[in-house]
Design a protein around this ligand. Structure first.
Ligand SMILES: Nc1ncnc2c1ncn2[C@@H]1O[C@H](COP(=O)(O)OP(=O)(O)OP(=O)(O)O)[C@@H](O)[C@H]1O
Ligand SMILES: O=P(O)(O)OC[C@H]1O[C@H](OP(=O)(O)OP(=O)(O)O)[C@H](O)[C@@H]1O
Ligand SMILES: [Mg+2]
Length: 281
């Protein structure tokens, strides 16, 4: 059985369970369940904290897992990122009271509170800055007001929490993160893992692309293909109407309206988009 680690709580949990469900796997019914077996797919799921998932997978106790890129790097686990999953996006940034610092170079000798001590230490070392790291478990934004730190390094998504604490970001983002699928460094990928990866890729394509159909005069097909080239190559079929063809092509969902306008300008008609329910590319 393939042993897969899934976030049990926090920002990544719901979206991780959604993507696995969409990929056709069974998922737990109750948040109290610690594990679940899906015998039809030969997979066992373990529900764990995403920070711990990097450790379990890095040590080879579990074969594959979903965690955050930032958590994987912070743990220095011996794990490789196999694919990005398109949810749980965040940046990891410095913040402080207005004017306290402009960049990492201003942090020499300062006290920096964080719950990502590994990432922070790596970043300070890369920039040749010596500072003291105050390691906290959460609610890091309060550390400045409460006087245990001069600045913080923390996860920022919308920035609401920072604003509430009267803090502002400064300097370049330290890291961009999103949910990722990881496996132990250097292991052979068993068939069930390849199947999991293919299924997840299928879900991401179905989420991010739509199918577009249109009719167009044969001589305009080249120009239309330049606007909507598809993943591999558009399917062009003859139409009963002389000189016209039907084209079927996948386009990024976010660009569908712009592409429809451009195809219309090129003389395409009967332009339709439909959702892709599931796919293997
Ligand atoms: N708004 C957010 N807050 C925290 N983490 C976020 C957010 N958006 C995305 N993430 C990502 O989620 C992961 C943190 O997972 P974690 O389980 O600690 O979530 P959490 O929301 O902080 O929950 P908890 O409060 O229980 O710690 C990181 O990879 C982080 O980049
Ligand atoms: O930019 P925002 O959208 O406000 O989100 C970022 C905040 O959310 C998370 O806190 P969480 O709720 O997980 O509490 P924690 O600090 O105790 O982990 C994170 O640690 C930041 O504090
Ligand atoms: Mg957290």
């Amino acid at each position: 059985m393939l042993r897969v680690a899934v976030p049990n709580k926090g920002s990544l949990s719901e979206a991780a369970i959604d993507i696995l469900t969409e990929a056709g796997y069974r998922q737990r019914r109750s948040t109290k369940d610690l594990s679940l077996t899906d015998p039809d797919n030969g997979v066992e799921f373990y529900y764990l904290r995403p920070r711990d998932i990097a450790v379990y997978v890095g040590e080879g106790t579990l074969d594959v897992g979903i965690s955050g890129r930032d958590l994987v790097l912070d743990s220095h686990a011996d794990a490789d990122i196999i694919m990005e999953l398109g949810f749980g996006g965040s940046t990891f940034r410095f913040a402080g009271r207005a004017g306290v610092a402009e960049s990492v170079k201003d942090l020499e000798g300062k006290r920096i509170a964080t719950s990502f001590a590994g990432i922070l230490a790596d970043h300070l070392a890369e920039n040749g800055v010596q500072a003291s790291v105050v390691r906290l478990d959460g609610a890091v934004e309060s550390a400045v007001q409460l006087g245990v730190a001069d600045v913080i390094a923390d996860v920022v998504e919308t920035g609401t929490t920072l604003r509430q604490a009267g803090l502002e970001v400064f300097g370049e983002p330290i890291l961009k993160s999103q949910a990722v699928l990881i496996r132990r460094h250097g292991v052979q990928q068993p068939a069930a893992m390849e199947q999991l990866v293919r299924r997840l890729e299928g879900v991401l394509v179905a989420r991010n692309y739509v199918m577009m159909d249109y009719d167009i005069r044969a001589e305009a097909v080249e120009a239309a293909n330049a606007v909507a080239p598809g993943l591999e190559s558009p399917t062009v079929s003859p139409l009963h109407r002389e000189g016209w063809v039907a084209v079927r092509v996948m386009v990024p969902r976010a660009e569908a309206q712009r592409i429809m306008d451009q195809l219309w300008e090129l003389g395409a008609r009967a332009i339709l988009t439909t959702d892709i329910h599931a796919c293997r590319i």
